[in-house]
Design a protein around this ligand. Structure first.
Ligand code: 6R9
Length: 647
């Protein structure tokens, strides 16, 4: 923790949408009378039929139900595209920067409209209708945004699967939501390397009973791929047959917009469901206020559209606001570690939003690759995905932002739809490592293990006491799981799964997950998923997975593996298991360290004591806590003496 404080520069207090006094009065209004507050701010998007009801939400156990603007009718694509045509049709909506610095493209709102309508017609011709699910497995190319908006235009529910997931993970997600259509590309391109997306789709679809009806393939690299006649079509060929006019489906505010799978502490990834009206109001409002977005800004969020940050802050929030949003296909260190800063200069980026893991990895290369670029266009920096350590914060502030750019450290989750705890750059003093204060309408509380609400400066678990418009509505197809996961631990409250500290100024410091979710390079993973991948290997009898502190990734994956009787713990098998997990889940889930353990610490009732495994992985051998309830206390000695280290 750092005790440094950076006051709001007076220029910012004057020019930003809100200063501190304004924040305080707006915040008070938002929680004292949510109906009046959101009734007013809901008007920031266009409605075909205005809502007369605003908030209708219940966190009551057994009856959790979340509805906002429930009788309003609108369309998300209409709001992100059509409504801008009259005033800013020729303004650039999307700047696309390719993997190679030689490739970029600018798409105006008018061009965006034409592209989205064409893609919508291609889907419509294949029978896609309101309520149907469409899986998108695309690299960071403009077609990813076109596809999202095309689905929204038709009222189809998109489910984007990150290109780094394996065929198995993709297949599971296609099957879970019953998509009959998949949109993909021949190959992706990242850091000069090709990713076999279409081949992955083929493998995924082969596992699904009944397969899918249509696979639409965008040509990205032109690489040769297998095309199944009758099922597969190249997008450019299909698009040549349709017009660029397609009506926007009138959608009720509570009609689903998208499903996004995310990891929890147990079981398979959950299909987080977001709906139309409240989501868009919240994404656009947070985008405007948190980034102090003004017309003319060039805004760049480096996330992938496969994650929620890409949904809300590359596509929906910025486009609803008529912004110019930059979409980057590549990676931070290709062709050099100056790439981010080069892109900022090339496109005159003024607002830059990235993840701590990227900052930490670039920090390693020193200041020179940053300093040789100008970055004079920058005025605001943002951070998301995991807690930012004060050293990385200071480097970002001093070296990248030249002490001129406030940093907004934004805490939120796939489930929350948009940013919940964050500084507002004209209002909030900054403390490196703190996400600071709640956004309008957000009521955080810190509770102890028993659910008692803590007051003042304290540390405990973070819950949110009442609903906000961007909140997820359910787990797709499993409302019971939604209630159990988020509302059962502390009945009547939304449990975030994060631990946090509140200081004497009322600022929040997120300390990380308190459940069995780990955060590896800002990618969220359930330890249970990695464990079930490991035990699926024929030589593995048991596995327990925990996180451990990792300098660049934030957390690394530490796997304790017990082999079947008679199997030899060899270096070769270690490599085989890493490759196995990559194949089962995807490269992002590769274990960093595997320790072969003849036995795992278990209670007499057979429960693995993860607390002990976590402490060993963290090298905290002195604070293992009470081990007297272990069935065989001897295993701990063995685990400690065989602790794996980074090589
Ligand atoms: C948006 C996103 C959510 C989890 C969340 C928390 C961690 C995200 C953070 C942060 C500290 C921040 N997290 N932002 N922790 N400070 N600014 O990342 O969504 O992928 O669902 O992850 O990420 O642990 O619970 P998601």
């Amino acid at each position: 923790m750092s005790d440094k404080v950076y006051d709001v520069p007076s220029q910012w207090a004057q020019k930003a949408y809100v200063d501190d006094a304004h924040y305080k009065s707006m915040y008070a209004a938002s929680v004292n009378d949510p109906n009046a507050f959101w009734g007013e701010h809901g008007k920031r998007i266009d409605w075909f039929t205005p809502y007369t009801k605003v908030k209708n939400t219940s966190y009551d156990p057994g009856h959790v139900s979340i509805k906002w603007f429930e009788d309003g009718v609108t369309n998300v694509a209409y709001n992100c595209v059509d409504r801008h045509l009259e005033t800013r049709g020729d303004q650039v909506a999307i700047i696309w920067e390719g993997d190679s610095p030689d490739e970029s493209r600018k798409i105006t709102y008018r061009e965006l409209s034409s592209e989205v309508n064409k893609l919508a017609n291609v889907l419509r011709n294949r029978g896609v209708e309101k309520g149907d699910r469409v899986t998108i497995y695309l690299p960071m190319i403009p077609e990813a945004a076109f596809a999202m908006l095309a689905c929204a235009r038709l009222g189809a529910i998109h489910s984007i699967v990150f290109g780094g997931f394996s065929p198995d993970s993709l297949g599971g997600r296609i099957a879970d939501c019953g998509s009959k259509v998949v949109i993909t590309a021949d190959e992706g391109l990242r850091g000069g390397r090709k990713v076999p997306l279409k081949a992955n789709v083929d493998a995924a679809v082969n596992q699904i009973e009944g397969g899918v009806d249509h696979v639409i393939v965008v040509r990205r690299t032109g690489g040769k791929v297998d095309m199944t006649p009758g099922r597969d079509v190249y997008y450019d060929e299909a698009a040549a047959m349709v017009t660029d006019e397609c009506p926007a489906e009138p959608m009720n505010a509570e009609d689903p917009l998208f499903i996004l799978y995310t990891s929890g502490s147990t079981g398979k990834p959950k299909g987080v469901l977001h709906t139309t009206g409240g989501y868009l109001v919240y994404a656009s409002m947070t985008h405007q206020y948190v980034f102090d977005y003004h017309p003319g800004d060039i805004y760049w969020c480096t996330a992938d559209v496969g994650w929620v940050t890409g949904h809300s802050y590359i596509v929906y929030g910025p486009l609803a606001n008529g912004a110019t949003t930059l979409m980057f296909e590549g990676i931070p260190n290709y062709p050099s570690v100056s790439r981010f800063w080069d892109v900022i200069d090339k496109h005159q980026v003024s607002i830059f939003y990235t993840a701590p893991t990227a900052i930490r990895s670039l920090m390693q290369a020193g200041e020179e690759p940053v300093k040789k670029t100008s970055r004079a266009s920058l005025r605001l920096l943002g951070s998301v995905g995991e807690p930012i350590n004060p050293e990385a914060w200071e480097w970002y502030y001093r070296v990248v932002g030249e002490e001129r750019c406030p940093i907004v450290d934004t805490w939120w989750q796939t489930e929350t739809g948009g940013i919940l705890i964050t500084p507002l750059p004209g209002a909030t003093k900054l403390k490196p490592g703190s996400a600071t204060r709640p956004f309008f309408g957000v009521q955080p509380e810190v509770v102890d293990a028993a659910g008692g609400v803590l007051e003042g400066a304290c540390e405990g678990n973070l819950v949110i006491a009442d609903s906000w418009p961007g909140q997820m509505r359910t787990v797709y197809g499993d409302h019971e799981r939604f209630e159990q996961t988020y509302f059962a631990t502390y009945p009547g409250k939304y449990f975030t799964g994060d631990g946090c500290r509140r200081d004497a100024d009322g600022f929040y410091w997120i300390t990380g997950r308190v459940d069995d979710v780990i955060n590896v390079s800002g990618h969220r993973m359930g330890t249970a998923e990695v464990e079930s991948a490991l035990v699926a290997h024929p030589k593995v009898s048991e596995a327990a997975v925990v996180g451990f502190p990792h300098d660049i990734k934030g957390q690394g994956i530490y796997a304790y593996v017990t082999l079947m009787d008679g199997e030899e713990p060899t270096e070769e098998l270690r490599k085989e298991l890493v490759a196995w997990v990559r194949r089962e889940i995807g490269p992002i889930a590769s274990p960093d360290l595997i320790q072969f353990a003849p036995g795992l610490p278990k209670t007499r009732s057979g429960k693995i004591m993860r607390r002990i495994l976590r402490k060993i992985a963290e090298d905290q051998f002195d604070s293992l806590g009470d081990t007297s309830t272990l069935a065989d206390p001897g295993v701990v000695e063995d685990l400690i003496s065989n602790r794996q280290n980074k090589r």
